[in-house]
Ligand binder design. Structure first.
Ligand SMILES: Cc1cc2nc3c(=O)[nH]c(=O)nc-3n(C[C@H](O)[C@H](O)[C@H](O)COP(=O)(O)O)c2cc1C
Length: 327
């Protein structure tokens, strides 16, 4: 029976789960501060690991932290709490992104929580071609509901709209790889052996689509074309769109929570995912990703789904390096 005290062991478990979340360029832009006097775990932005050229407004940082908050919430429920999440709890402290209160025991354990908790340790971004059958419509419906549970919208564009979104992503990719500051920033997050445990290891970089349809992010930005490995990707990619009604920091955090809920549920069903965020990083292109037929809304992320080989885990900072103990 798990203990309900917010002691060092519990904090370690909660923070490990939070830190397994996806983050832009694997920056892990978070740190955690336990407040035992209020039975609260605070989640703060780690600005020292931001990507200011790629993400000047901090939107992607908030999405990354939102994903970590979802993992923290899931882990807390798995351990027997009924956690209460407050986003941006103190307007005077904009870098205090969330406070998770852990003073109540949950009345009953939900099986879905345990499945999502186990998926935290198996979810990876997969940048290789998907090879399996189409993702079943019933599962896509479940993913739509998972996003809705976090106050976001997940939708499936038509094949024509998918094509248009991928064209916008390709244009963003062209801009990012030819922008000196952004390409230098992206390259600086590729990690070699013996590097710090953040950033993208070379083993996690995938090929480019030999058909030119799926513009996977070229983290190495403009390495000589002949050195870019290419492989055929799925001809009819399953691209889903994650959007919110508004576009404020709280919406970005909710986007991250919805993103992680969708990714973990997909993982439970052995569905792999990769993210196509490039078009979101150029304001005009991001604006153009809106589908006028759907009415107002702000596109936050494209999620590519499918079946394929399992990928490898990317490194994470040890808990001791993301945990604040000085209060
Ligand atoms: C806001 C955000 C944007 C991301 N954008 C991309 C992207 O455009 N292309 C990509 O391949 N991965 C993208 N990722 C995935 C991260 O690179 C990945 O989560 C990180 O490297 C950690 O690896 P993992 O997801 O396998 O744990 C993004 C993640 C987040 C949270």
């Amino acid at each position: 029976m798990a203990t309900l005290a917010l002691d060092a062991t519990a904090v370690e478990k909660l923070v490990s789960a939070a830190a397994a979340a996806p983050s832009i360029h694997n920056t892990q832009p978070w740190h955690y501060r336990p407040r035992p006097e209020t039975a609260t775990l605070e989640v703060r932005a780690a600005r020292e690991r931001a990507v200011p050229d790629t993400d000047p407004g901090g939107r992607a940082l908030h999405i990354s932290v939102g994903a970590a908050v979802f993992n923290l919430h899931t882990a807390a429920r798995h351990l027997g709490w009924s956690p209460e999440v407050r986003l941006l709890p103190d307007p005077a402290e904009p870098d205090l992104l969330a406070a998770v209160r852990l003073d109540a025991r949950s009345a009953a354990a939900l099986p879905a929580t345990d499945e999502l908790y186990q998926a935290i340790w198996h979810r990876h971004t997969i940048r290789t071609p998907f090879t399996g059958p189409p993702v079943p419509a019933a599962l896509l419906d479940e993913l739509v509901e998972a996003a809705r549970a976090e106050d976001a919208t997940l939708y499936l564009p038509s094949p024509e709209e998918t094509h248009r979104l991928l064209e916008l992503t390709a244009e963003a990719e062209r801009r990012s790889t030819t922008d000196p500051a952004r390409s230098a920033e992206s390259r600086s997050w590729i990690q070699g052996p013996g590097s710090e445990p953040y950033g993208i290891p070379a083993s996690a970089l995938g090929p480019q689509d030999s058909a030119g349809q799926l513009p996977m992010r070229d983290f190495a930005a403009l390495r000589p074309a002949e050195h870019i490995p290419a492989a055929p990707f799925e001809a009819e990619p399953c691209i889903t769109v994650l959007a919110t009604d508004h576009d404020r920091p709280a919406d970005w955090l909710r986007t991250g929570m919805a993103l992680e809920h969708v990714l973990l549920l997909a993982t439970v069903h052995q569905v792999r995912a990769s993210l196509l965020h490039q078009a979101m990083e150029w304001p005009y292109l991001r604006w153009s990703t809106r589908d006028p037929e759907r009415g107002p809304g702000h596109v936050q992320m494209l999620i590519r789904l499918g079946y394929g080989p399992e990928g490898a885990a990317t490194p994470r900072l040890p808990v001791s390096r993301v945990l604040d103990t000085d209060t």
